[in-house]
Design a protein around this ligand. Structure first.
Ligand SMILES: *Cc1c(COP(=O)(O)O)cnc(C)c1O
Length: 418
């Protein structure tokens, strides 16, 4: 029997396990079904502990970390909550947390890379990112040597640091423009010969990798939670938490009620919040003025089958919009009480939880998991001296030759491999 199958949620047909899209042209997300119905954690490093519920046949031994879940005391008591669990994603060696790029994007990058290895993929993987995804893929590609073309907005360059010595398999292109410009360029390049797209939310390896946050939290606490809090940009992490919860219900040992999704966004650019509440359009100046600009995504997978709207509806979920002031206050309180620095995006989730408590959305004795999607970057700087990745090429989004110039730069880096 195969370890897993991949099914379209619209036509319900089984697809090739590496598919990103439905072969009958349904726009739905594809979803994995695992033959192991109960989750048996394995004695493997990092994320591979959840091997049975990851769409991989093999592991990358080196360098992977996983979520670390613990029960909050100090921050929970500030908020008057009895059962608040922190799912920490980042670097915090005192707690055993070793996601070396300091966000949960590491959880997507390792399974995605493992599948490329299984496919014996020799083409150059193309990733567009506002920063954290790019850093995670750069890290894993430095371990495996997979050729990687990163296309990022110029303003995100400072997020491209690495602790790895060798980054010779990476070509970094910066775009004078915003994240949407980077996505558009990357999309066009990925369609050319010699390049391959990583798939984003459509890639089951990315979603099931992120879903391990919920798996770790539930295995640690022993039961499904009443509430799940996360800051979202694309909302993929929210979809993943819902999908992981469905599997955990199927397991039979952790309860039968789906956790409510509480997803937070950063004002003034909160497109998912606007879609869910049917208010307003997103300003053309976005992501300007956001506390956590990595959370900006102009085209999140909202209305497609299996997307963010379905996840919110199925879980009786809700959205929050957080001001910069709320986010910075939440960040300071969390860091002071829990004793670890967190990513600005994670602060948006903390602020969402504080709003929910204030609004009476949750009861003091409800069980809650708070996904700290990124943290410990300052802590990491105490132990490592990361170096900045340098751009191989800088282009302007207005330059009609931008695409050709990036491909030219990639050809120079990868030579005969292209
Ligand atoms: C990407 C990211 C998010 C948002 O993730 P989604 O893909 O929208 O689920 C939140 N926090 C951090 C730190 C991130 O890097």
């Amino acid at each position: 029997m195969n370890k897993y199958a991949v099914r379209c949620l619209q036509c319900m047909q089984i697809h090739d396990p590496y598919s990103m899209n439905c072969k009958n042209n349904d726009t739905s997300l594809l979803r994995t079904e695992y033959s192991a119905k109960q989750l048996m954690p394995l004695d493997l490093p990092g994320i591979w502990k959840f091997y049975d519920w990851l769409p991989v046949n093999g592991i990358i031994e080196q360098g992977s970390g996983k979520t670390v879940t613990y029960r909050s005391e100090a921050f929970a008591s500030e908020l008057g909550l009895d059962s608040l669990w922190i799912a920490f994603n980042g670097y915090w060696p005192e707690k055993g947390a070793e996601l070396m790029t300091c966000t949960f994007k590491d959880l997507e990058a390792f399974p995605t890379m493992q599948r490329l290895k299984e496919l014996k993929e020799t083409r150059v993987m193309v990733v567009a990112s506002a920063g954290n995804t790019a850093r995670a893929f750069a890290n894993v590609c430095s371990i495996t040597g997979q050729p990687l073309l990163l296309v990022i907005p110029e303003a995100s360059l400072h997020r491209l640091w690495t602790i790895r010595a060798d980054s010779s398999s990476i070509c970094l292109a910066t775009v004078e423009g915003d994240y949407s410009d980077a996505i558009a360029l990357a999309g066009n390049i990925a369609a050319r010969d010699g390049f391959v797209n990583e798939g984003g939310a459509k890639n089951v390896a990315r979603r099931d990798g992120m879903g391990t946050v919920m798996l770790d939290a539930v295995l640690t606490s022993g039961q499904l939670f009443d509430h799940y809090f996360q800051a979202v940009g694309s909302g993929t992490g929210g979809i993943s938490a819902w999908e992981a919860s469905l599997r955990l219900i199927g397991d039979g040992r952790f309860g039968s009620k789906l956790p409510r999704l509480h997803l937070g966004q950063s004002l003034p650019c909160a497109p998912l919040y606007s879609l869910w509440n049917d208010v307003g359009e997103v300003s053309a100046t976005c992501p300007e003025g956001m506390y956590a600009d990595v959370l900006f995504n102009r085209k999140p997978p909202y209305a497609i089958t299996g997307g963010v709207r379905d996840a919110l509806e199925a879980t009786n979920g809700t959205m929050y919009a957080v001001s910069n002031e709320e986010a910075s206050g939440a960040q300071a309180l969390f860091e002071k009480t829990e004793g670890i620095d967190i990513n600005p995006a994670a602060a948006v989730a903390v602020a969402s939880l504080m709003q929910a408590v204030e609004q009476g959305n949750i009861k003091p004795d409800d069980s809650i998991v708070l996904n700290i999607t990124g943290g410990g970057q300052k802590r990491l700087m105490q132990d490592y001296q990361p170096r900045q990745l340098l751009a191989s090429i800088a282009v302007s989004a207005d330059d009609p030759c931008a695409e050709d110039r990036i491909v030219e730069a990639a050809t120079e880096v990868f030579g005969t491999r292209l």
